[in-house]
Design a protein around this ligand. Structure first.
Ligand code: HEM
Length: 432
């Protein structure tokens, strides 16, 4: 194709959009996305420090939607689906024997294999099936609220509620006993190397690269061993949890191999907790900042689904995914070459004023609220009904048992380019 000049971001803006630190400072970041949507909605980003491969940053809602839905032109292969350090990509290739994806899972598959794997659990994650687990989830929600009330009248909502609760739910659906949860959490943190030092307890940030290599390789082996045992149990005694569905699944008449099976467990474990933690904390922040809204929804629970949906848009816990162009194409009038890497930025898309009036406002009555926080197209979040259900059930319990709630200090956001949100939310509350 005819070559068009690339709208390159200046080094300062490039640094801002790739630095985990910027994601802890929400309003300035949203200001930058507002500017980019106007000036360079499809912008070429080169890391001023040369630590990441270059990519296209896509910030408009319509463009993010189009890329998400065109799964033939914009692939989840062969480059990574999460913005990564070049060193990390090389490291994954060494570990896996050529694949940049540390773990093979739904997010790293394209058609036709992707749909075959997705179909295995799709039914399980539908609202009809999830009704079966509502009572268990409600029990977990009430236990979580018990711990909050015991710690009151002031407590950190993230530490006591929004972080542990989604992890408990996900571990329950995977059949991982409560005593193994800390181990699972540590393993996911070691594998995915969380970027915020307060949240990543693995101590990895202080280690030299060879030691990190060893640690990650060890975590992969540990996971494999853990889930091999779980698989054997679920094959011998299947229950109706999602782990049994995965353990007993077949693709083209064959059971899943170890790498694919492990990838399936890990994607459910990893995708299911930090994300819902972030939207849950965001919903509580919005309500704590607006005591009248808390009082209103206590009286009228039909307002709750609107609050849940708006919290998911307003927080956009998954801040981006990456795609690779399968052929020469264009996005928003910008030529894109075959093989180029693109960042579809959900935070920017969900704050696009062309789609959402007054996008920074938390407005539970927004209708329609067609946000992109769960993505769109073939890879749209598999757990979206579960995430909504978890949040609804938790807030029902909180609204039943807490009469008033307000902020008791400054909330703080995590430093992370991928999954992000509040890491502390100090609250003061009065029990009902
Ligand atoms: C994929 C967001 C909760 C499991 C995704 C994607 C996003 C996302 C943006 C990628 C979509 C795309 O590429 O178009 C969220 C948010 C959540 C949430 C914001 C909470 C508010 C969950 C939960 C689970 C889950 C609770 C399961 C326990 C998955 C899986 C995929 C996925 C398995 C991969 C789907 C595929 O590639 O086919 N999620 N997620 N997510 N999510 Fe979620």
């Amino acid at each position: 194709m005819a070559t068009q000049a690339k709208p390159r971001l200046d080094p300062e803006t490039a640094y801002e959009v790739i630095s985990p630190e910027s994601y802890a400072h929400w309003d300035p970041l949203l200001d930058t996305f507002d500017r980019l949507r106007e000036e360079a909605p499809v912008a070429w980003v080169e890391d001023p420090e040369g630590r990441h491969p270059p990519f296209w940053l896509v910030t408009r809602y319509d463009d993010v939607m189009r890329i998400s839905k065109d799964n033939a032109t914009f692939l989840n292969n062969p480059q990574t689906v999460v913005f990564s350090l070049t060193e990390g990509i090389e490291f994954a290739k060494n570990l896996t024997g050529g694949s940049p994806h540390m773990v093979a899972s739904l997010v790293t598959f394209d058609a036709p294999i992707h749909m075959k794997y997705r179909k295995l659990t799709q039914e399980w994650f539908m609202p009809k099936n999830l009704r079966q687990i509502e009572d268990e989830v409600r029990e977990l929600a009430h236990k979580t609220v018990d711990r909050l009330l015991e710690a009151g009248p002031e407590a950190d909502f993230c530490k006591l509620v929004s972080q542990p609760y989604p992890l408990h739910v996900v571990m329950q659906i995977l059949g991982v006993p409560e005593e193994d949860e800390p181990r699972m959490l540590m393993l996911t943190q070691q594998m995915f190397g969380g970027q915020d030092e307060d949240l990543n307890q693995s101590g990895m940030k202080d280690l030299p690269p060879e030691a990190i290599t060893q640690l990650v390789a060890g975590a992969v082996k540990d996971f494999e061993a853990y889930f091999a045992k779980l698989t054997a149990e679920k094959r011998a005694n299947p229950t109706d949890d999602v782990a049994s569905t995965i353990a007993n699944a077949t693709v083209d008449g064959e059971p899943l191999n170890d790498r694919d099976m492990m990838g399936y467990y890990i994607i459910v474990a990893a995708a299911g907790h930090d994300t819902t933690s972030a939207s849950t904390a965001g919903a509580m922040l919005a309500l704590a900042q607006d005591p009248e809204q808390w009082a209103r929804v206590r009286e009228d629970r039909s307002l709750l689904p609107g609050i849940v949906e708006e919290a998911i848009r307003w927080t956009s816990p998954v801040q981006h995914f990456m795609r690779t162009a399968a052929e020469d194409t264009e996005v928003g009038g910008q030529e894109i070459a075959k093989g180029d890497w693109l960042m579809i930025n959900y935070v920017a898309a969900n704050h696009d004023p062309a789609q959402f009036d007054n996008p920074r406002k938390f407005d539970a009555s927004r209708s329609p609220n067609r946000h992109l926080a769960f993505g769109a197209g073939a890879h749209q979040c598999l757990g979206l009904h579960l995430a909504r259900l978890e949040m609804r059930i938790l807030f029902e319990a909180l609204l039943d048992r807490i009469e008033t709630v307000e902020l008791a200090g400054e909330p703080a956001r995590s430093k992370s380019t991928f999954v992000g949100g509040l890491k502390t939310l100090p609250l003061r509350f009065t029990p009902a």
